[in-house]
Ligand binder design. Structure first.
Ligand SMILES: Cc1cc2nc3c(=O)[nH]c(=O)nc-3n(C[C@H](O)[C@H](O)[C@H](O)COP(=O)(O)O)c2cc1C
Length: 345
């Protein structure tokens, strides 16, 4: 790679394209924010999908999308399909703006089996459909939903999700709901700098957060409400619909996996792997309680904004009277995870 110095900044010889599909605008905001962190001295065209007629002139392509129905948009799938042969020859990155960014998240709604969602997990399908495109970096940032601006169909869909989601949703009662984790945008942009452009990661990246933050209130009628409430890393919830426990420990994904395997063995649980990525694993932990087979949904995950720690969630959707044994087993799991001072408060 050819690097040359211009003052204090280096410019890579590589030419990039960031192509995005956004419906309500938040994916555009992250596009220009990423460009600012990568550096204006670098060549990076930022274009909406309809402005791109060819990707031939570029060395690397960043593909950014809104998330719809747990995936990038249909237009992004079409773009990747149409440019597949070229993309296979180039360095590619994917990022998503999305509502749910917690990569320990499993969703259960009536009529569907429980499944892994959120953040980078929304990119599993597109990577499976186009396996020859091997992304250099992927990210699921979270995003923004401005309730009064949603079109009628979108409004109905969002309202329905709120009603059906067993563990509630973040946007209830808000005009603007945000879930974006700023550190993820910064980590992703720096991954592009390091892995594609061969540059040092940019320091003092917080100076660019103005690309995202605004004075808009979360609610016009209740100024006390917040647009963005980071999800607690440690949580225990027991309702009629769900038993949920989440915590984090010092360590990496491999440690999280080995401790869960130890727990499963000791508790007589069959740990069945459903999905495995480089940042998380989704397990069905299956055991017979009083003669009935029950599944605990378990996800250990590492998150870009919390390096050095692994987060583990447990979910059980059985009614409270049926899941007493589950709650005891999850308590045992946490004891194993937290032993030797590994627990992070
Ligand atoms: C109809 C509809 C469906 C959505 N589906 C999902 C989804 O499956 N998962 C998710 O995390 N976010 C989902 N979102 C949230 C958006 O991805 C999020 O608000 C994003 O920031 C919007 O990007 P944009 O402003 O660029 O359009 C959905 C939003 C709408 C309106």
């Amino acid at each position: 790679m050819i690097l040359f110095c211009s003052g204090f900044s280096q410019a890579s010889a590589k030419k990039g394209l960031l192509v995005y599909d956004s419906i309500y605008g938040s994916t555009v905001e992250t596009a220009y924010w990423i460009k600012a962190i990568i550096g204006h001295e670098q060549h990076l065209d930022v274009k909406a999908l309809p402005q791109v007629i060819t990707i031939k002139p570029y060395d690397y392509i960043i593909i950014g999308s809104v998330t719809r129905n747990e995936k990038p948009s249909e237009k992004i799938y079409k773009f990747v399909e149409e440019n597949k042969d070229e993309l296979e020859k180039k360095e590619v990155c994917y990022y998503l703006n999305c509502g749910d960014s917690d990569e320990t998240m499993v969703l259960k709604v009536p009529g569907q089996s429980a499944h892994l969602i959120a953040g980078r997990s929304y990119l599993i399908d597109i990577q499976e459909k186009f396996p020859e495109i091997k992304p250099v970096a992927i990210a699921g940032f979270g995003g923004r939903q401005v309730q009064p601006s949603l079109g009628t169909r979108d409004s109905i869909q969002i309202w329905l999700v709120g009603k059906l989601a067993k563990e509630g949703v973040g946007w209830e009662g808000l005009d603007i709901w945000e879930s974006l984790v700023m550190e993820r945008v910064e980590a992703f942009s720096n991954e592009v700098r390091v892995k594609i452009l061969g540059l040092e990661p940019r320091e003092n990246v917080e100076q660019f957060r103005g690309y995202w933050t605004s004075l808009q209130p979360a609610s016009l009628t209740n100024p006390k409400l917040k647009k963005f409430k980071p999800k607690p890393y440690t949580e225990h919830r027991s309702t009629g619909r769900i038993y949920f426990a989440r915590s984090r420990i010092k360590g990496d994904l491999a440690l999280g996996i080995s401790l869960l395997q130890k727990w499963a063995k000791e508790a007589g649980i069959d740990l069945r792997e459903q999905v495995k990525t480089f940042y998380n694993v989704y397990y069905h932990a299956v055991k017979k309680y009083e003669g009935e087979e029950i599944t605990i949904h378990v996800v250990p995950a590492t998150l870009p904004e919390d390096p050095g720690n692994v987060h583990v969630s447990f979910r059980c959707y059985e009614k409270p009277d049926k899941r007493k044994g589950v709650e005891e087993d999850v308590t045992k799991a946490e004891k194993i995870l937290w032993a030797d001072g590994k627990k992070v408060e």
